[in-house]
Design a binder for this molecule. Structure first.
Ligand code: TEU
Length: 565
């Protein structure tokens, strides 16, 4: 529809700067490295780059612990390098969105250091509470293991941190704090930034009483999430942020709120344009289906559950609001390993099948660096191979609770965030062309085959399939504006759905299994136009078995997009 927001037809590419491209040989990616590699993204056809944090940080949580909101960490470069990157992105007709982390700062941020003095006007910019019976003020656990409180002897008080002790939570009840955040946001937008991805932004409003949560597992820690996930004033804060910041840059920005635990009912409120809050949210239902007691407790994923979840989000946000679409990011394992089959035989085919399914949904797709190459989880042998605080803390806590390393490591290998953080694989040279030095985290040994140079040279590569999907989104209005109807909800192998817009109907069928599957086709689709498939011509897979009447036989991980007008 005319006048529809520009980001409805956009594709976003997430860069994790630490692991994207290192220009100065220190083994850590940097801004200049990104600038040198922009043509990889422009050729892919992406519209927006989301940059994970590059602000000054002690790097306790790889930059999601910020000690200065208005500068660049020297390991990544400086503000001049940042301005050069923004200019180069804009020259190519792309936009740049920054990662906004304002649920918490680093404990090394001057605001927090001042706040440690009870007499400081900034004391209440954070959540300080006196001891309760000589220990933590409530029973909340942290996402990174252990209590969500740390005692500060300087004032004999505890401060709240939903994540690491080096990530104290900001108190959004405080109006001056909120205004300081808005001023900082405008400062970046005035510098040419085109929007924000907002880190755990649905956690910023807490129940000020900070009540205990239900005790989980074998205690004593409790689940505080009912008291901070989509808390009591979250809509007030986001509507105020919209008035004070976003509304001043009309028609230009993309805003996406990362919202662990958000329900689709709440997402309708957050993304309803009439409510002027955010454009879209990252929800976590589909990336929680294979979690048991916790994310490292593996549970088999059923395709019917995945279809039910993604289908519900399509249905519930059909008339109001908007979906973001993602398989992975810097917190999730690699999509082809988790949802596909990263064996040499099926890696490319399953990666392109997953891409086809996701990119033909209604919403804005997000590509995580390396996903367009079909990069897979990396081999992690012992705990010493991991770097991520979430993983290391979980391992230590598990061993303290009496679990054996060999029982804990499989979950870390499958779900650890370091899987997504191994360096981008540019070519088959040592360290994958990521650095001339020693990478901060080893490059996946499969970079000899899995790399951008090989992908760009191979028309049948994952890279070129993503490029074709993006071109289809930019050229076929039904992809952006079409409605969505899930088919075969009970089929454990095939993901199929219909998109309709005006006189155009698209049918997507994908065999998300490693076995040949017969797919019942709706009437009249037998000889429909094949718009895009992931099986190169000449490799037709159903020639061997004539398909039963009214069916198509799809090979392992075969995906097709048909069109009728
Ligand atoms: O992640 C928020 C979050 O919910 C993560 O704890 C995520 O659920 C988990 O890693 C996956 O199981 C954001 C950032 O994306 C993450 O990198 C940060 O560590 C976290 O917030 C704190 O800033």
């Amino acid at each position: 529809q005319e006048g529809d927001a520009w980001w409805k037809s956009a594709v976003v590419y997430q860069i994790y700067p630490r692991s994207f491209a290192d220009s100065d040989g220190d083994g850590i990616g940097d801004l200049a490295g990104i600038t040198q590699r922009l043509d990889h993204l422009a050729d892919l056809g992406v519209d927006v780059i989301w940059l994970s944090p590059v602000y000054p940080s002690p790097q306790d949580d790889n930059g999601y612990d910020i000690s200065d909101y208005q500068d660049i960490d020297p390991v990544f470069g400086d503000l001049a390098a940042f301005d050069r990157l923004v200019a180069a992105v804009h020259e190519r007709g792309m936009k740049l969105v920054m990662d906004l982390v304002v649920n918490h700062t680093s404990d090394e941020h001057p605001w927090f250091q001042e706040s440690r003095d009870p007499r400081s006007p900034r004391r209440d910019w954070y959540w300080w509470r006196p001891p309760r019976d000589g220990s933590e003020p409530n029973n909340w656990g942290s996402f990174f293991s252990g209590p969500a409180w740390t005692h500060d002897p300087a004032s004999d008080a505890y401060y709240l941190h939903l994540f690491s002790p080096k990530q104290p939570d900001l108190n959004w009840e405080h109006p001056q704090l909120r205004q300081a955040v808005y001023a900082m946001m405008r400062w970046w937008l005035d510098r040419g930034v085109d929007g924000f991805r907002m880190d755990v932004v649905n956690f910023i409003s807490k129940d000020p009483a900070l009540p205990d949560g239900a005790v989980t597992g074998d205690g004593p820690l409790g689940d505080g999430s009912p008291h901070f996930v989509c808390g009591p004033r979250i809509h007030d804060h986001l509507q105020e942020m919209h008035r004070e910041v976003f509304a001043r840059y009309p028609g230009r920005l993309l805003t996406v709120g990362e919202m662990p635990g958000v329900t689709v009912e709440q997402a309708r409120l957050f993304t309803d344009p009439a409510r002027a809050e955010v454009d879209m949210v990252f929800q976590f239902e589909h990336v929680g289906l294979d979690h048991g007691r916790h994310k490292f407790d593996l549970r088999p994923l059923r395709l019917t559950d995945l279809k039910a979840s993604l289908g519900r989000w399509q249905t519930e946000l059909a008339d109001t609001g908007w979906n973001s679409l993602y398989w992975n990011n810097h917190d999730q394992p690699r999509a082809v390993s988790r949802f596909g089959d990263d064996s040499p035989r099926h890696r490319v085919r399953s990666a392109t099948a997953l891409a086809t399914v996701l990119h033909l949904h209604r919403g804005t797709p997000y590509i995580y660096q390396g996903e367009e190459l079909g990069m897979a989880n990396a081999p992690f042998h012992t705990i010493d191979d991991f770097r991520d605080i979430e993983t290391l803390n979980h391992y230590a806590q598990s061993l303290r609770a009496g679990e054996k390393p060999e029982d804990v490591l499989p979950g870390l290998r499958a779900m650890g965030r370091d899987n997504a953080r191994t360096p981008m694989q540019w070519d088959a040279s040592p360290h994958g062309g990521f650095t001339t030095g020693t990478p901060w985290l080893p490059v996946n040994p499969d970079h000899s085959e899995v790399n951008a140079a090989a992908a760009r040279a191979n028309p049948a590569s994952v890279y070129h399939h993503y490029r074709r999907l993006i071109a289809l989104r930019h050229g076929e209005p039904a992809v952006v504006h079409g409605d969505f109807t899930m088919l075969l909800p009970d089929d454990e192998r095939v993901y199929a759905f219909i998109r309709r817009y005006g006189g155009t109907v698209l049918l997507v069928v994908a065999n998300l299994s490693s076995e040949r599957s017969a797919v019942p086709l709706p009437d009249g689709w037998q000889d429909a136009e094949l718009v895009l498939g992931n099986v190169p011509a000449g490799e037709a897979t159903d020639a061997a078995d004539p398909a039963p009447p009214g069916h198509a036989v799809l090979g392992p991980w075969e995906a097709r997009i048909h069109r009728r007008t």
